[in-house]
Write a protein that binds this ligand. Structure first.
Ligand code: G4P
Length: 546
């Protein structure tokens, strides 16, 4: 038969590795892609820098910090960022550590840009949560954690600033369990704090690493003592050590055993204590990321589940950023590789439009320098410059029709009407708002009954950024005017006829967003009660791009 004939041909029986493609599984399995989540000032920037330091990606700390203060050098348009010292832009840092390739995705710390952060969190496989031991769980930590929980993202916890006077560690553990509803499994435990901070006890390996403050360079030596009953411990750290010993006994008795499965489902979090600024406890966290954090997993697209080790490339745009160079109108789409191998120059197809895009100038983000990218694997992030072809939520493939789901849009919490000062520039205003809306910088709503466009944001700074960008990038002087709206909910109904009725009935408070999804606008919470006459109408505070 044909089959036998084919099988007998030595060439066909042994396709060359080039034709068949070498398995990319080993490359996928060594990827660790994560983001740091924290409330501003908990030490995210400091820890990021120290992780890079320990991974050997930088020699002297200070560069990330410097970047935080002076990123305007590369993002001229964002003068606001410079003026306020807020990092608006997220970026990506890739480093090798041991056998692992680590992709660290930066997120804006300021809560006014948290929507951007939420989308970045859809591109990671794990999160590192930093908690300021002096402040405990703070509001932004809780919000970010809820986003992680919605996706069952595994979380490793770093409790920072033990070198200062902080909360009692037992209370901190209790707070995390109660407020964040996570089961805590301490991997290390602090001995003393502040001026009397002696070090951290490694509970699993039964040894203590003694604290030594060191700022910007890698410590070359560290002192470790084995076992609880090491005579030096009591001698040197008397009261602190006795207390820590008691606490450890208590906590190991009371806390759950580490369960990898529960950690991977985002129910349990391994906890580490330290002081990022002093490089202390950082290596333990980096090791935990390499050992415990998961490699890329299979992802759901509308059409099917896609496995990361599949040969064919696929990826999803989770962030779009206007180019740092205002002279060129191009934008960078940040693409999370979901499957396969990316090679520079590849022709990729955009699922939404069916258009092709060339990738000759795709970039990687190796240790903070943008470089031309040669290849990338599932888990990596690539940057593709384009002129508006790529939008948030777009799926890229080698040709297969795929659309990944799950990129969140949150119901705005503040609204402003927008008018143009010079009516001759109305068209530019629409174009500008359309593009900024697609980028996710702000949400743009078109009222059902016509009239001025409405802007919706989660934080007020977003309005300032948008007004600034409209002026500098689109030459439009926009006037922001107050509105009575305070809340918005996307509306759906199982019965399309009922949806239409609902929209007609509430026409004066319905608006459409960038993807034409109908939205109900309200001035206060009470207006969000759905009257009983509507049988299938539902409100949603979150919309996922599909
Ligand atoms: P963020 O990105 O989460 O906003 O925090 P960032 O790293 O910028 O740190 C916020 C503040 O906390 C900084 O102080 C930083 O030095 C300090 N910090 C970070 N890690 C530690 C630590 O382990 N111990 C102590 N005691 N402080 C820490 P700052 O005064 O705002 O800035 P700077 O003057 O130090 O630059």
């Amino acid at each position: 038969s044909q089959d036998t004939l084919v099988a007998e041909s030595p060439l066909d029986a042994q396709p060359s590795p080039a034709a068949r493609g070498k398995s990319i599984l080993p490359e996928v399995e060594r990827r660790r892609t994560f983001a740091i989540i924290s409330h501003p000032d908990a030490g995210k920037t400091t820890l990021t820098e120290k992780l890079l330091l320990f991974a050997g990606a930088i020699q002297i700390a200070g560069s990330v910090k410097a970047r935080k203060a002076s990123r305007h050098a590369t993002s001229d348009w964002m003068e606001i960022e410079k003026q306020r010292g807020i990092s608006v832009a997220s970026s990506v840092m890739q480093m090798e550590y041991g056998d692992c390739v680590i992709n660290l995705l930066d997120t804006p710390g300021h809560q006014d840009f948290s929507e951007d952060t939420y989308r970045v969190l859809t591109a990671v496989d794990a999160a590192l949560m930093v908690i300021d031991a002096g402040n405990g769980v703070e509001p932004q930590t809780l919000r970010l954690l809820e986003v992680c929980r919605a996706r069952n993202t595994p979380i490793i916890t770093f409790i920072n600033k033990l070198d200062s006077e902080v909360k009692d560690p037992l209370d901190l553990v209790d707070e995390i369990e109660k407020v964040l509803k996570l089961t805590v499994v301490p991997f290390t435990w602090p001995v003393g704090m502040g001026k009397r901070f002696a070090g951290v006890y490694d509970i699993r390996n039964d040894q203590i690493r003694l604290f030594r403050s060191g700022k910007d360079r890698l410590e070359t030596e560290s002192e470790t003592l084995q076992g609880f009953d090491h005579p030096e411990l009591a001698d040197r750290f008397g009261a602190e050590f006795a207390q820590a010993e008691q606490e450890i006994e208590l906590i190991t008795g009371a806390s759950a055993e580490f369960d990898k499965e529960a950690f991977l489902n985002g129910q349990q979090t391994p906890v580490f204590f330290g002081s990022a600024i002093n490089n202390f406890g950082v290596k333990e966290v980096l090791d935990a990321l390499a050992e415990l954090a998961p490699a890329p997993k299979a992802r759901a697209a509308i059409q099917r589940v896609v496995h990361p080790e599949e040969q064919a490339f696929s990826g999803v745009v989770f962030k779009v950023q206007a180019n740092m160079d205002p002279a060129h109108r191009d934008r960078i789409a940040f693409v999370r590789v979901c499957s396969g191998k990316f090679t520079r120059g590849m022709q990729l197809k955009i699922g939404r439009t069916g258009k092709s895009i060339r990738t000759a100038s795709a970039m990687s983000f190796l240790s903070q320098r943008r470089e031309l990218l040669e290849e990338a694997y599932a888990g990596d992030i690539i940057g593709i410059p384009n002129h508006g072809l790529l939008q948030l939520g777009d799926t890229l493939t080698e040709g297969e029709k795929l659309q990944y789901t799950g990129l969140p849009f949150f119901a705005p919490e503040i609204f402003q009407g927008v008018e143009v000062a010079d009516p001759m520039r109305a068209k530019q205003l629409r174009t500008g708002l359309m593009q900024l809306g697609e980028e996710g910088a702000i949400q743009v709503f078109r009222p059902h009954d016509g009239g001025a466009l409405l802007l919706g944001a989660v934080g007020t700074l977003q309005f300032e950024v948008v007004a600034h960008r409209l002026k500098h990038e689109y030459g439009v002087e926009a006037r922001l005017v107050p509105t009575k709206y305070r809340l918005a909910r996307w509306v759906t109904a199982e019965d399309p006829a009922e949806l239409k009725q609902f929209i007609d009935f509430n026409a004066y408070r319905i608006a459409y967003d960038v993807v034409e999804a109908p939205t109900f606008l309200a001035s206060y919470q009470g207006e969000l009660v759905i009257s009983e006459r509507w049988k299938t109408i539902k409100y949603h505070a979150l919309r996922e791009h599909a």
